[in-house]
Design a protein around this ligand. Structure first.
Ligand code: CUA
Length: 343
């Protein structure tokens, strides 16, 4: 035993060196994008502890393995068998107990970390996020919506997220947090951006053909710039709303048709999709699942957009269409006006 001590000393030194090199190497690779939220600071702190442990255990396994391969290889002419070992109780207890303690400790630290990340700021700005194939829409409390997410720096926002169709996932790598958006429920996503800059929200859940392109700009701006932007948007939304209240416009309706995801289900050329085509729809007799017919007038079209489940067209599924209750009356009127032009 005495004559083997130097092997342990050399391996211990090598384990320390390899641990440091592995940890340094992983950091040099720069696997993480910039840290742009206070939640990211918490998450990266925990992640760093885990990477250090990973580096150490990697060294603890690889160093004795490689050392043995080199130093204890079979000498030429040595035909003797190796020593047979029948288990080692103290060693097995040690390698069970230490990882157990580490895992429990990480569990406690992780739970506390999660508590800090989920801390609720009563002053948080609430922004509604609508996910649908294949775009994001952001509705601000001031009564306008935007396809880009503007956020003020150093202020918690509470994103209330909902899906119009399938499961999507809201993911801004620089914020570190990813949250699934499941149809039928509203998911909270609390974030406190702490670094000015332009980022991107990507969809992190396979959601169909254009999943890869489901991304939007996320702009973290100063609190003053945010106020200015919100003011301008609210004003122009008001102007548009007043204009639509005056008279519906088929042009605006056509833009909405594209922006609200209608083409995914409703064709304009008469072909059957997930929902009825819009070609020749206005003033036609529509057969319903109940067996009766209804005239496709303004009232019917408006109701079908706002409350799709009220009347179901024969041959289509009752729950295929989500509720578009977030559209304003003016926007619905614009859409109906557009439908009238598809003859
Ligand atoms: Cu939405 Cu992938």
């Amino acid at each position: 035993m005495q004559k083997n001590v130097h092997h342990y000393v050399i391996m211990s030194v090598l384990v320390i060196v390899v641990t440091i090199l592995t940890y340094w190497g992983l950091n040099v690779l720069g696997l993480m994008p910039v840290q742009a939220s206070s939640q990211a600071v918490q998450i990266d702190w925990l992640f760093d502890i885990e990477v250090k442990l990973i580096a150490f255990f990697f060294a603890l396994i690889m160093v004795p393995l490689c050392y043995s391969l080199v130093v204890f290889r079979q000498k030429e002419g040595d035909e003797t068998d190796a020593e047979h070992i029948e288990g080692n109780t103290p060693l097995e207890l040690t390698w069970t107990a230490i990882p157990l303690v580490i895992v429990i400790a990480l569990g406690i630290i992780g739970a506390d970390n999660l508590r800090q990340i989920k801390t609720v700021d009563p002053q948080a700005i609430e922004i509604k996020v609508i996910a649908q194939q294949w775009k994001w829409l952001f509705q601000y409390p001031e009564g306008f919506s935007s396809t880009k997410l503007y956020l003020p720096v150093n202020q918690q926002v509470d994103l209330k997220m909902q899906s119009q169709d399938v499961i999507h996932s809201f993911w801004v790598p620089e914020f570190r947090i990813s949250q699934d958006v499941v149809p039928g429920s509203i998911e909270d996503y609390r974030i406190t951006p702490n670094l000015l800059g332009n980022y991107k929200v990507r969809c992190n859940e396979m959601c169909g053909k254009n999943h890869a392109y489901m991304e939007s700009d996320v702009l973290v701006v100063s609190q003053a710039d945010y106020k200015t932007w919100v003011g301008t948007q609210a004003l122009s939304a008001k102007a548009t709303e007043m204009a639509s209240a005056g008279k519906p416009d088929a042009g605006r309706g056509q833009t909405l048709y594209q922006e609200s995801g209608c083409p995914a289900c409703h064709s304009l050329d008469g072909s059957k999709g997930i929902g009825p085509t819009w070609k020749g729809l206005f003033q036609s007799q529509v057969k319903l699942t109940t067996g009766s017919s209804v005239l496709a007038d303004d009232a019917y079209l408006t109701e079908s957009i706002k409350l799709p489940q009220a009347k179901t067209v024969a041959g289509f599924s009752v729950n295929a269409m989500p509720n578009f209750s977030y559209l304003t009356d003016g926007q619905v009127a614009d859409l109906v006006e557009f439908i009238k032009t598809i003859k």
